[in-house]
Design a binder for this molecule. Structure first.
Ligand SMILES: Cc1cc2nc3c(=O)[nH]c(=O)nc-3n(C[C@H](O)[C@H](O)[C@H](O)COP(=O)(O)OP(=O)(O)OC[C@H]3O[C@@H](n4cnc5c(N)ncnc54)[C@H](O)[C@@H]3O)c2cc1C
Length: 391
């Protein structure tokens, strides 16, 4: 069976669902094709700090009602060096804030919105392949319920994450890729207990980085710097809690509440940009085109800013018939992507221990952090980037 639509979206993560719903509200129809089932997609624990622009994109998708009710506004962060904490006041410095709201919740809200509008999302679509990308009728083929299926569209949006099928469909000789892999990873936990402070605590400690974050006032999300091949079995809950307490400067555990772990995972750290965000009628958005280390909380937010530029370009095409905005999409998106890459790299290197044999780098990064915490000018730059550069 061949279905026909205007935009075929591959991937029902934040980028794909947000794009589909923003387009839907502008009168552009789409079909979303997703490899996993809906419950799996909505339970995938990942990001949780939203820039103002991302919240605005959720409004434009008509899916911000619960986010506005339940999201936590954070006007700053705390940064600890060897246990001594200082606050960076975003609102005071740049008059803006961020919203803490889980990616799981954002995906559920977008999925509900899409189901309510009657728009099609085809979950459990396997073996997705892309065809005729350099023609006016690109096609997606896939297998669903054991049967071969096909979508013919005007455009394909590749929103299928880092390991998806879309980026590899671009001929290797046309791909422009830039990458850095870091020599450390994040051991992440989640637990149903209040976080130790009302705002996030980022810690640089001689034992390594730590971050105390949250998904709500009663659900904590914390991370520890670990080795990329760390054996998680060596990390009991007790060992994790006491290590977090030490790194944030709370060795007696006065602030840090504990509870049984409901998740324990290891996330590798990578910076990656595929500058080829367009190939014929295929447009990449989100993690399909770029990955940032999570220290600056930019991954999900970059997916949203790509959707902003791409949705504008697609809507302009249908309104005017002009390709100019589509042609401009990669350059517009990449200008913001590289600034977020720079910020994420900077936060990551400044806050993590560089590792054995890197004593000079560690001294420089400590001096830099010390400078930032003592300089309103440097803190303004941090705040401006953290809350999100304007679209
Ligand atoms: C473990 C982890 C922790 C993270 N933590 C943070 C964090 O704390 N802060 C932060 O800002 N960012 C974090 N990120 C990054 C953030 O979650 C991503 O940037 C964000 O999910 C990007 O959204 P996306 O829609 O582009 O990609 P994804 O969320 O990856 O969605 C892609 C979708 O495409 C589907 N798909 C893949 N391949 C195919 C295929 N062949 N056919 C059909 N469908 C396919 C996938 O199943 C998925 O649903 C984290 C990422 C990971 C992996």
């Amino acid at each position: 069976m061949t279905r026909r639509t205007q935009v075929a979206v591959v991937g029902a993560g934040p980028a794909g669902l947000l794009l589909a719903e923003v387009l839907q509200r502008q009168g552009v129809e789409s079909i979303v094709v997703e490899r996993r089932d809906r419950a799996y997609v909505e339970a995938r624990i990942r990001a949780g700090v939203l820039e103002t622009g991302t919240v605005e994109m959720m409004r434009r998708a008509g899916a911000a009602e619960r986010l506005e009710r339940e999201g936590l506004t954070h006007d700053g962060i705390e940064i600890a060096i060897d246990g001594h904490r200082r606050r960076v006041d975003f609102r005071g410095l740049v008059g803006a804030s961020v919203t803490v709201y889980g990616q799981t919740e954002m995906t559920k809200d977008l999925g509900n919105r899409r189901a309510a509008s009657g728009a099609e999302t085809l979950y459990e679509a396997l073996d997705v392949s892309l065809h005729d990308l350099e023609t006016k009728r690109p096609r997606l083929q896939f297998v669903r319920d054991g049967r071969e299926d096909e979508i013919e569209a005007d455009f394909i949006a590749g929103c299928d994450g880092f390991h998806g099928a879309c980026r590899p469909s671009i001929p290797a000789e046309r791909l422009g890729v830039y990458e850095r892999v870091y020599p450390f990873a994040w051991l992440g936990i989640m637990a149903d207990c209040p976080p130790p402070a009302d705002e996030l605590i980022y810690a640089r400690h001689q034992r390594g980085f730590a971050l105390c974050s949250m998904r709500s006032r009663s659900r904590a999300r914390h991370y520890l710097q670990a080795a990329p091949d760390e054996d998680l079995d060596q990390w009991s809950a007790d060992r994790i809690w006491s290590e977090i307490a030490i790194r944030i400067g709370d060795p007696q555990g006065r602030l840090l509440k504990t509870a049984p772990l409901i998740e324990k995972s290891l996330t590798p750290m990578r910076s990656f940009v595929c500058e080829t965000m367009r190939h014929g009628r295929l447009f990449l958005a989100g993690d399909a085109a770029h990955i940032v280390p999570p220290t600056g909380a930019k991954g999900l937010n970059l997916a949203a800013s790509d959707v902003h530029y791409l949705s504008q370009a697609i809507v302009a095409f249908y309104r005017s018939g002009s390709q100019a905005e589509l042609d401009a999409y990669p350059a517009r998106a990449l200008a913001r992507v590289w600034k977020a890459q720079r910020f994420s790299w900077w936060m990551t290197t400044m806050l993590h221990n560089a590792g054995p044999g890197e004593a000079f780098q560690d001294k420089i990064h400590r001096a830099e952090l010390d400078y930032v915490l003592g300089s309103p000018a440097a803190q303004t730059s941090l705040a401006e980037n953290y809350v999100g550069l304007p679209y």
